[in-house]
Design a protein around this ligand. Sequence first.
Ligand code: HEM
Length: 222
Amino acid sequence: MFSFLCSSLGKKYLMALTGLGLIGFVIAHLIGNLQVFAGPEAINSYAQTLKDLGPLLWVARGGLIVLFVTHLTLALQLNRTNQMARPIAYAKADTIKATLTSRTMVLSGLLILLYVIYHLLHFTIHIIDPSYTALLDAQGRHDVYQMIIAGFSHPVITTTYLLAMFVLAAHLHHGASSVFQTLGLNNGKYRPITSLIGPALAFLVFVGYGSIPVGVMLGWIN
Ligand code: HEM
C-alpha cells in the first residue's frame, strides 16, 4: 500500500482524491456564503453555528489543511518527475503540452495558496482591517454581513477577489478533467458527462463567488 502511494500512479490517485475533497470544501463554502443574499440574519447565524461547533470545527480545519498540504506537495513532486522524465529537447508535441499544463496548474495552485493566506488575514484573522473584530449584530454575534460589505467596499480588494476567483475557476476547470482522467472516467460512455463537469464547476465558482463582491459594489447587498 505504502509503495503504491509512493509511485507516480499512487500519487496521481492521491492528488485526485485530495482535489475532490478540496472541491467539496469550495462548494460547501460557496453555499454558506451565498446566504449573504438572504440577509444579515441568515449569514450571521450560519457563521455562529459554525463557531459553535467548537472542537469539531478545529477537526474540520485540520482535515482541510492536511488536504491542501498533501495536494500541493504531490503537485510539486509530480511536476518535478514530469520535467526530469521529458525526452531530449521536447521531441513530442504532446509532452510539451503536458509539461506546460502541469506548470500552469502548479502556478495557478500557488496563486490560490497566496489568495487563501490573504483571505484568512482579511476575513478570519482580521489583520488587514482589525475593526472587523468589533462588528457585532444586535444579538451580540459576529456581524459577518457587515464585514462582507466593508470588505468589498474597496475596489482594489474586490478586483483582487475577482482575479483570484478567475484563477480558481481555471484551476478547477482543468483539475476536474484530470480527476476523471486519473479515475479512468474520461472516455467512452462517461465522456459526454465528465467533459461538462469542469466547465460547469468553473462557471459555478466564478459566477457564484464573484456575485458576492459584485453584489456589494452594485448595492444588492447593503
Ligand atoms: C467572494 C468570495 C468569498 C467570501 C465572501 C468568503 C467569505 C468568508 C468568510 C466571511 C470567512 C470567515 C468566516 C468567519 O470567520 O466567521 C471565510 C473563511 C474562509 N474562507 Fe472564504 N470566502 C470567499 C471565497 C473563498 C474561497 C474561494 C476559498 C478557497 C479557495 C475560501 C476559503 C476560506 C477558508 C479556508 C476560510 C477559513 C475557514 C475557517 O475559519 O476555518 N474562501 N470566508
